[in-house]
Design a binder for this molecule. Structure first.
Ligand code: NAD
Ligand code: IPM
Ligand code: MN
Length: 363
C-alpha cells in the first residue's frame, strides 16, 4: 500500500476551516483508492507569529521539505488592522508565504478558472457572453518580479520616498515560458502571454523571450496582449482565452478577476510547482477575515486544490478525477455555500463543513 506524506498548513482566518474539509476529502479518497496519507500539521502565517514570533518557523519549512506535497489554507489578517501589521514587513504573515514559495523553488503557479455549467447563475457575466462556458488555465510566474525585488522607504528632500524594484532575469522568464508552451500544447495549442511591453523593460524582455520560444514551438499559436486590455477582455470575452501566462503581480490581479467570473474566489484552486513533482496547493483567495470563524466559507477551491495535489504531486490520477467528479456532482445536486448561492429553486445553502461532507458523500 502506498503511503504519502503531506504537510498541512491551515494558517489564518478561514484557512483552518477550509483545510479541515479538504483533509476529510483526501482521507476518504485515500481509503477508497487504497493508499494512505500521513498528515503533519504545522503553524504558518499569523498563527505561527502568535506561537513563535515568526510567520515561517524553521520547523514548518523542514516539515514541508520532508513531505511529498503541502496543503495550505491561507494566511494573513485584516491588513493594517490586525496587530500582525505593526511588525516589520519581513515578520508579517505574507512574508512567510513569499519566503516559503522562494525557499521551496515554487516558481510556477497554476490557477485554473473553469466556469462549471451548474454555476452559471453565480457568474456575473451576461448569458450571451458566457455561451457554453470557459475553462482558462492561468500560469503565474511566482518567484520573481515586484514581489522579490529590493524595497525601501527613504527620506529625500524632506519627504518619504518608497521604492519597489521590478526585476526579471532571462532564465526566470524562459523556464516559466517552457512550461507555458508545453501546457498550451496539451490544452488546444493556444497561448496568450500577458505583459506591459509598451511601458516596462521587464515586459520587453519577457516578450522577446516568449517570441523566441514561439519560433521554436511552431505548434503553439502564441499571442501577446497587454495586461490592461486583458483585464477588459476577460470580462468581455472570456472564451477567447485558453492558456494565459504572465508575471507575478499581473497574475495575482488577473487571477482574482478570473475567479469572480468563474463564480467565486472560493472556487479557484491553485498549484505552486517547481522543477519536480513536489508542490504546494492552496486556494487562490485569502484568509477572508470578513467571514472567518463562521463556518460559511466555500471549501471547494481547497478541495479542488487537493485534487491537483493528488494528480500532480502524488500521481494518483484516478483519485484526482474522482474528487473533481464529486465536486461537479455536488454542484449539480444544488449544493451551494453562501458565495455561490443564487436562491434558485433546487439550490441548497450549505455551511463550510456541510459542503465538505457533501463532497465526501459523493465520492
Ligand atoms: P480575500 O481573498 O481573503 O477575500 C476577498 C473576498 O473574497 C472576501 O469578501 C472574502 O470573504 C471572499 N472569499 C475569499 N475566499 C472565500 C471562500 N473560500 N469562500 C467564500 N468567500 C471567500 O482577500 P482580502 O480580504 O483582500 O485579504 C485578506 C487577507 O488574506 C490579507 O491578509 C491578505 O494578505 C491575505 N491573502 C492571503 C492569501 C494566501 O494565503 N494565499 C491570498 C490572498 C490574500
Ligand atoms: C495570492 C496572495 C499572495 C500573493 C499574498 C498573500 C502574498 O494574494 O496567493 O494570490 O500576492 O501572491
Ligand atoms: Mn492574490
Amino acid at each position: 500500500k502506498m503511503q504519502y506524506s503531506i504537510c498541512a498548513l491551515p494558517g489564518d482566518g478561514i484557512g483552518p476551516e477550509i483545510v479541515r474539509e479538504a483533509r476529510k476529502v483526501l482521507e476518504k479518497i485515500a481509503d477508497l483508492e487504497g493508499f494512505s496519507l500521513k498528515f503533519t500539521e504545522k503553524a504558518f502565517g499569523g498563527a505561527a507569529i502568535d506561537l513563535y514570533g515568526e510567520p515561517l518557523p524553521e520547523d514548518t519549512l523542514e516539515a514541508c521539505k520532508a513531505s511529498e506535497a503541502v496543503l495550505m489554507g491561507s494566511i494573513g489578517g485584516k491588513v493594517g488592522v490586525s496587530p500582525w501589521y505593526s511588525l516589520p514587513v519581513e515578520k508579517r504573515p505574507e512574508a512567510g508565504l513569499l519566503s516559503l514559495r522562494k525557499q521551496l523553488g515554487l516558481f510556477c503557479n497554476l490557477r485554473p478558472a473553469k466556469l462549471y455549467k451548474e454555476l452559471r447563475d453565480a457568474c456575473p457575466l451576461k448569458e450571451e457572453i458566457i455561451g457554453d462556458g470557459f475553462d482558462i488555465m492561468m500560469i503565474r510566474e511566482l518567484t520573481g518580479g515586484l514581489y522579490f525585488g529590493k524595497r525601501s522607504i527613504t527620506e529625500e528632500n524632506g519627504e518619504e520616498v518608497a521604492r519597489d524594484e521590478l526585476i526579471y532575469r532571462a532564465h526566470e522568464i524562459e523556464r516559466i515560458g517552457r512550461i507555458a508552451f508545453s501546457l498550451a500544447k496539451a490544452r488546444g495549442g493556444k497561448l496568450c502571454s500577458v505583459d506591459k511591453a509598451n511601458v516596462l523593460d521587464s515586459s520587453r524582455l519577457w516578450r522577446k523571450i516568449f517570441t523566441k520560444l514561439g519560433e521554436e514551438e511552431k505548434e503553439v499559436e502564441l499571442r501577446h496582449a497587454l495586461v490592461d486590455s486583458t483585464a477588459m477582455e476577460l470580462v468581455r470575452n472570456p472564451r477567447n482565452f485558453s492558456v494565459i501566462v504572465t508575471e507575478n503581480m499581473f497574475g495575482d490581479i488577473l487571477s482574482d478577476e478570473m475567479a469572480e467570473i468563474a463564480g467565486s474566489l472560493g472556487m479557484l484552486p491553485s498549484a505552486s510547482l517547481g522543477e519536480n513533482a513536489f508542490g504546494l496547493y492552496e486556494p487562490s483567495g485569502g484568509s477572508a477575515p470578513d467571514i472567518a470563524g463562521q463556518n460559511i466559507a466555500n471549501p471547494l477551491a481547497t478541495i479542488l486544490s487537493a485534487a491537483m495535489l493528488l494528480e500532480i504531486s502524488l500521481g494518483e490520477k484516478k483519485a484526482a478525477a474522482r474528487v473533481e467528479n464529486a465536486v461537479e456532482k455536488v454542484l449539480a445536486l444544488g449544493g451551494r455555500t453562501k458565495d455561490i448561492f443564487s436562491g434558485k429553486e433546487g439550490e441548497k445553502l450549505l455551511s463550510c463543513s456541510e459542503m465538505g461532507d457533501f463532497v465526501v458523500a459523493q465520492l
